[in-house]
Structure formats: C-alpha cells, structure tokens
Design a protein around this ligand. Structure first.
Ligand code: NAD
Length: 377
C-alpha cells in the first residue's frame, strides 16, 4: 500500500489558498499515492470537491478524518497540532519557524515531523520548490495593482482631446523577486519606473525591465550653502528621490530578521499629497516607519498601504504555483516506487526539516527556543 496524503482546508482568517490543486494530483496518483482532500478545501481558490474527485482524490468530511487517515498532511499555513496531528505524522507547509518558534515546539510535543517550506534552500535544484519566490512574484504584481487603484492619477501617459497627462512615476525599493515583478507590472501599466537595492548586482536586472537604477551612495555630493558642494547623507539622497515619486513600493527584506526601515516619517512628509506607498514588508515590521500591517493610513496626504498575505488575494494562481512547489518538494522525498525516503544527505530535505519525530532538529529554531524558554526558578 502506497503513501496516503491529506490536504486540509485552511483555517487562518483570510487564507483563501489551498495546498494542492486538482491539476497536480495526477503527479501523486501516478506514483501510487492516495490523496485525501478535506471537503471544501479548494472552494475559495475556485476548485470544487468534484474537481478533486475527477482527478482521483477522495473527499473526506473533516480535518480530523483527513488527519486520521493520512500519513502526510499538506497545508499552506501549518496549523497548530493539538487535537489534529498524530504522533509520527508528517506535516508540510509554511510554518514561519524563525518568527514563531513556538509552533515547532508544539510539533515536538506532539511527537510529529514538520517541514517548513520557507527553509528550502535557494539553490538551482530547488527552484521548482521555491514557495518564497512564487508567492513573492504574486505579491509584487498585486502591490502595483493596489497602488494603481489608490492613486488619484493615471499610470500611463494619455494623450486625449482633453489634454495630455504624464505617466506616473513609480519607485520600487528592494529589487528581489517581488520587487522585479513590481517593476515589470508597473512598466506594463505605462509608468516611468525606477528601482533601488543594496545589492548593486541587480542594476542590470532593473535596467533590463526598462526601469532606471537609482544609485544611493555614501559620498554622493549635492549643492550646499553658498553653492559649494557638500556630501549628502544616504537619507537625504533617499528623500530627494522620494520627493519625485507618485508611487513607492517597498519590498526590502533581510531573511529571518525584522525588515529595515528605508522610508522614515520625515521622508513620507516630503512626498506629494495624493502619492501612494505600498509596503510589502508590512508583515515583517515594514520598510516604512508609519506602516500599520493590515491597514491603510493617510500620513500628511500620502496613502500608506500595509498589506498582509497578498498571495491569498489571488488564490487561484497562488494555489496553482504553491501546489506545484509542494508536490515537487514531496516527490523529491519519494522513491521511484512511491515510498517515502527522508534522506538527510539531501540538502533540500535537511534544511527544511524543523522537527523530526518529536525532536527539534533545526539549529536556529533550537537557539530561538533556548532564548525564549522561561527561566526556571
Ligand atoms: P528578500 O525578499 O529577502 O529581499 C528582497 C530584496 O530586498 C533583496 O533584493 C534585498 O537585496 C533587498 N534589500 C534588503 N535590504 C535592503 C535595503 N536596506 N535597501 C534596499 N534593498 C534591500 O529576497 P528575495 O526576493 O526572496 O531574493 C533575493 C534574491 O535571491 C533574488 O533576486 C535572487 O537573486 C536570489 N534568489 C535565488 C534563487 C535561487 O537560486 N533558487 C531563488 C530565489 C531568489
């Protein structure tokens, strides 16, 4: 008898994605895997129970029934294990263990095994399993749409009988996966786009998308008192660039750490009234000093949007990509005959494994828990 895999309906408020879509089930059933799907799991992403059944999955009436029957549970947001996950069970999903080490601690207590997809290494072989990249692409795209609909101006230049309007000026701070997608999307909408990143290596990537690379360097000079040149601080340079923008999209992150503040309150105040900031780092504390995660505020006439979980607002395609990523990850741990093989010599398996049979095996999570454990008297 082959492996049995369960797909749970997501329970986090606003989480509309599903861990696998009907389309990728074939990949599993062909390998002899039995797939159990909790009823309604795909509904918010546009997939009915019948869509799953047609691809060979078995619809199961509750999360508890799925967890009872399946050896491995696939999720988007890893749920708390209490009352659901059994001893020896394997759970794969997004657990964010470096921000929330208590969740792995609960899995350890439950005697279960936990793989966290955020920890899949960013190596070429793992690109097709890279959930961070696929979800960042969606977030980058959606951030631009949010900005475009909040902006009281148009993105493209328009020449009409009623006059000509200039294109919007958009600045993207942080040109990783999300930032590059934001640049591409803003360009497609007709904006004049520029991008900035601390990694000078992305200059070419920014330029290849038709955007301008903004250079903010130590030692850059500007005009000082009496017309003499003087060194400008990086903050002054940033403020000068921000002043020119209609839209700023911030995506800067440092893995495992709070996001850096790139735009201070004072910098927001130099921007024109009506301009818009979308802070994609809101969930990690924000790149903008005034951001409030999950809220839209207006600061001195500037709209500051702090979206959380943007991929869940595009659930159909997010689930399609996530499902492909998670199934590829799972297949990497399966033999040709369809048996599970947790091989710790495989870098992808080893790095993403957080808890194994009740033991926390990820050193960074161990460290974090050591630091947060209450002192014993
Ligand atoms: P991320 O989400 O961690 O960070 C986003 C961007 O913010 C990065 O480009 C980073 O340099 C930038 N940043 C950080 N601090 C900053 C600051 N103070 N000011 C301005 N920018 C700042 O990164 P990501 O998008 O997940 O990935 C970053 C890069 O990693 C990618 O562009 C790519 O080159 C590489 N990558 C490689 C693989 C792979 O080989 N499999 C997969 C994904 C990403």
């Amino acid at each position: 008898m082959g492996l049995s895999i369960g797909v749970l309906k997501e329970t986090l408020p606003g989480e509309r994605r599903v861990a696998i879509t009907p389309k990728v089930i074939d990949v599993l059933t062909k390998a002899g895997v039995q797939v159990l799907v909790e009823t309604g799991a795909g509904f918010d992403s546009g997939f009915t129970d019948d869509d799953y059944t047609a691809r060979g999955a078995k619809i199961t009436p509750s999360a508890a029934a799925v967890a009872d029957a399946a050896q491995i549970l696939l999720t988007v947001r890893v749920p708390e294990p209490a009352g659901l996950v059994k001893r020896g069970q394997i759970v794969i999903g997004l657990a964010d263990p470096l921000s929330d080490p208590q969740l792995p601690a609960q899995y350890a207590q439950a005697g279960a095994t936990l793989f966290s997809l955020e920890l899949v290494p960013r190596i070429t072989r793992a690109q097709s399993m890279d959930v961070l990249s696929s979800m960042a692409s969606i977030a980058g795209y959606k951030a631009v749409l949010l900005a475009a609909s909040a902006l009281p101006r148009l993105f493209p230049m328009m020449s009409t009988a009623a006059g000509t309007v200039p294109p919007a000026r958009v600045l993207v701070l942080g040109a990783g996966v999300a930032g590059l997608q934001a640049i591409a999307t803003a360009r497609r909408l007709g904006a004049v786009v520029s991008g900035y990143d601390v990694r000078a290596a992305v200059k070419e990537q920014i330029e290849s998308l038709g955007a301008k690379f903004v250079s903010i360097t130590i030692g850059a000079s500007g005009e000082g008192q009496g017309g003499y040149a003087r060194a400008l601080s990086q903050r002054e340079q940033m403020a000068a660039v921000l002043k020119e923008q209609d839209v700023v999209i911030t995506t800067a992150a440092v893995p495992g750490r709070k996001a850096p503040i790139l735009v201070t309150r004072d910098m927001v105040h130099v921007m024109s009234r009506g301009s818009v900031i979308v802070d994609l780092a809101a969930e990690r504390g924000g790149n903008v000093e005034v951001t409030r995660p999950g809220e839209t505020i207006v600061e001195n006439g500037v709209t500051v949007i702090g979206p959380v979980n943007l991929p869940a607002t595009v659930p159909n395609h997010s689930s399609q990509m996530y499902g492909r990523n998670i199934v590829t990850f799972l297949k990497n741990m399966m033999t040709k005959e369809g048996a599970l093989n947790i091989d710790l010599n495989d870098e992808i398996t080893r790095d993403s494994l957080v808890v194994r049979d009740g033991e926390i095996v990820n050193a960074r999570v161990q460290e974090l828990l050591g630091a947060t454990l209450p002192a014993t008297s």
